[in-house]
Design a protein around this ligand. Structure first.
Ligand code: SF4
Length: 658
């Protein structure tokens, strides 16, 4: 039985809950926190009383607040009290897995609130499946002739109940990516869950850490913290899980907070993305043939398998490599589409035949249901691929062969229907939600019609705390010029820098240079992908003079203090030239100004925001881009998003290199 935590203030059920909450929130910001040594921030108090409206009216709110306003503390207080009042946990969805860890870390905002208000907060993480070890993949990896010894260590470190017959009471979740911090991403990918693992039919599911983790976080009484991706997966799988007699991924919530809410649309697209691979379909259908099926049914299954193999080959032939991306563009052609159409027709035929087959009771009903569910998804995805309506598709290739990825171009309709039609307080929190002082763009892209909103500026004195440097670079010797700037800048702050790259290719090239360059080796360099991400961030934070090189930390990273005194952007963060953005560009009248520039400016603002996290922080932000000064209009757009009163210097290089 669940036990519910009590409200942190004495509550009289005969009086309005919100009036009492309002009074307590006032006490917290005017008395309790200042008495505990925290400064009283006007922005925070303004936000708190604005946010109250969303909870009273159960409405959607865009809460835009600059860096340092303490917005997390505000939404946590409301989420916590409302969860306790409603007796349903609040869901806090962060942009990615590293950000969910930051919220619950030892000196994070939840721990801070808990300490200052003397509250015990039940906050549990609902991590994405790919953050868990897959026992099937571990077995498979260890069954190969030669494999890395580290997998034996992982196997031996599994809890005793995994491979022994122990009672249910002893089960607990395990196998979190974080438990294997030294495994790099490549080694982890060989044993971590991926899209092609079929947990529904897995014989290890009742002892698997990934499935056991669900039991744990579902019991949370206060907060469940997950990523946007996970929340969206919950939304899209809600109905199908119910049909299969399973619980939804997340329990019913009292409220949903989207931290870094400007990134939700991408997560929604990602969750609605379907991946098709021949061997997975073959595996699924071959299982059917193990039953006592009719001969014509078996022939149809075999036809379908052979057409699927043919389609995979044809798709592979039509896939064109895109520089700097692992997503290959598909060259559409009539023969390709007609082969996929033939596959779709065969799937439809098999679905019909399965209805007949089910009446014969020769196939296990549960197995049949699972296959039906999968076929239905494949049918739907390939159908929209053939019609090429409102869809973006590309190909990825690895040792398993060709994967066709099909993603919807627009998600607003589905979001409107399945998420924002619910009468719940939904809070979007971010420093970058509006465009030209309006929230309409984000509201439209998410299918939101009615909303509340406010904006609060950052309280930091950027003029005093930040230097902004954007040197004019050589067009002929760009790489060398950038590298020299990086070296000078690292000397200036003796490491303590975050180096942001825009693609894997950029970071890999830089890493190779570091391996050969003694001057750069003076500082300890942490590269994204070398370790589990939260461990990597923590090593960077504690190793004060080190350098963190990353592609995905343009947003969300919160490292106050000396360790991060220098943010260097290797290039302006334009979106990649991959099929997803190419499709957006094709649909725009002026792709550069409608797709590339808005994306770049938003990411740039986020990148700059990594430097100053407290009133005490000081440092340099440098943008290295050889084309920045080519276009006057672009330069003005760029200057318009810089923190107020910060002068952009383009000559500082001379001083630094002296
Ligand atoms: S339940 Fe899923 S993640 Fe766990 S072992 Fe089975 S296939 Fe892998």
């Amino acid at each position: 039985m669940k036990t519910f935590n009590r409200l942190p203030f004495s509550y009289d059920p005969n009086q309005s809950f919100f009036e009492q909450l309002n009074e307590w929130i006032g006490d917290v910001f005017y008395d309790i926190l200042p008495e505990a040594g925290l400064e009283l921030r006007d922005e925070q108090i303004f936000m708190a009383f604005q946010m109250e409206k969303a909870f009273i009216e159960k409405k959607i709110m865009f809460a835009e607040a600059g860096v340092g306003t303490g917005k997390t503390i505000v939404y946590l207080l409301y989420a916590l009290c409302y969860a306790r009042f409603m007796r349903k946990p609040a869901i806090i969805a962060c942009a990615d897995e590293s950000l969910i860890e930051q919220l619950v870390k030892k000196d994070g905002d939840i721990a801070k609130l808990s300490r200052l208000l003397n509250l015990s907060i039940d906050a549990r993480l609902a991590k994405s499946k790919d953050q868990y070890l897959c026992l099937q993949k571990l077995d498979l990896e260890r069954s190969h002739g030669q494999y890395d010894e580290q997998y034996d260590e992982i196997y031996q470190g599994l809890p005793a109940f995994v491979n022994a017959n122990q009672t249910m009471q002893t089960f607990h979740h395990y196998g979190d990516r974080k438990e294997y911090p030294d495994l790099n991403d490549e080694a982890w990918n060989k044993i971590g869950w991926d899209n092609f693992q079929d947990c529904f039919v897995c014989d290890k599911r009742h002892r698997c850490g990934q499935t056991l983790s669900r039991e744990y976080y579902r019991q949370s009484t206060d907060l469940i913290i997950c990523s946007h991706d996970f929340y969206m997966e919950h939304v899209w799988t809600y109905e199908s899980r119910k049909r299969e007699g399973q619980l939804p991924l997340l329990p019913e919530a009292s409220t949903v907070i989207f931290d870094e809410g400007h990134l939700l649309e991408v997560a929604a697209q990602k969750a609605l993305t379907y991946k098709w691979r021949h061997d997975v379909l073959e595996d699924l259908l071959t299982r059917l043939l193990e039953n006592d099926v009719r001969e014509e049914f078996a022939v149809l299954v075999e036809d379908l398998i052979s057409q699927s193999m043919h389609v995979a080959r044809v798709i592979g032939q039509h896939a064109k490599t895109v520089e700097g991306s692992d997503r290959k563009e598909i060259e559409m052609s009539k023969p390709l589409l007609s082969e996929v159409e033939r596959l779709v027709a065969l799937i439809a035929k098999l679905e019909d035949e399965m209805v007949f087959e089910s009446e014969m009771y020769t196939i296990d009903a549960y197995q049949l249901k699972i296959v039906e569910e999968h076929l239905d998804m494949i049918h739907h995805a390939l159908n929209i691929f053939v019609k090429q309506q409102n869809v973006i598709s590309w190909v990825q290739e690895d040792e398993h062969g060709v994967t066709l990825v099909i993603m919807p171009r627009l998600v607003e309709e589905v979001l409107r229907e399945r998420v924002f039609s619910k009468k719940l307080p939904f809070i979007f929190s971010s420093a970058t939600l509006s465009t030209n002082a309006s929230f309409q763009y984000i509201a439209d892209s998410l299918g939101i019609e009615d909303y509340l909103s406010f904006s609060v500026e950052s309280p930091f004195d950027y003029k005093e705390q930040m230097e902004l440097f954007a040197p004019v670079l050589s067009k002929e010797q760009t790489f060398t010029d950038k590298l020299n700037h990086v070296k000078s800048l690292l000397k200036e702050t003796d490491g303590k820098a975050l180096l942001l790259f825009t693609s894997d290719q950029e970071i890999v090239t830089f890493k190779k240079v570091v391996e050969q360059d003694e001057e750069l080796q003076k500082w300890s360099m942490h590269f994204e992908g070398d370790k589990e991400i939260s461990q990597l961030i923590s090593s960077f934070q504690t190793d004060i003079d080190s350098v963190l090189c990353a592609t995905s930390l343009w947003e969300g990273l919160d490292i106050p203090g000396e360790s991060l005194s220098n943010v260097i952007m290797w290039s302006l963060p334009y979106p990649p030239k991959d099929p997803v953005f190419n499709a957006k560009r094709k649909a725009a009248e002026n792709p550069f100004w409608e797709v590339d520039v808005p994306y770049m400016l938003l990411r740039l603002r986020q990148g700059i925001g990594r430097l100053i996290r407290t009133h005490e922080d000081k440092g340099i932000v440098t943008i290295l881009d050889e084309h920045l000064y080519d276009n006057e209009v672009l330069l003005s757009a760029f200057e318009a998003v810089l923190p107020k009163e910060v002068q952009m210097q383009n000559q500082k290089r001379d001083r630094l290199t002296q």
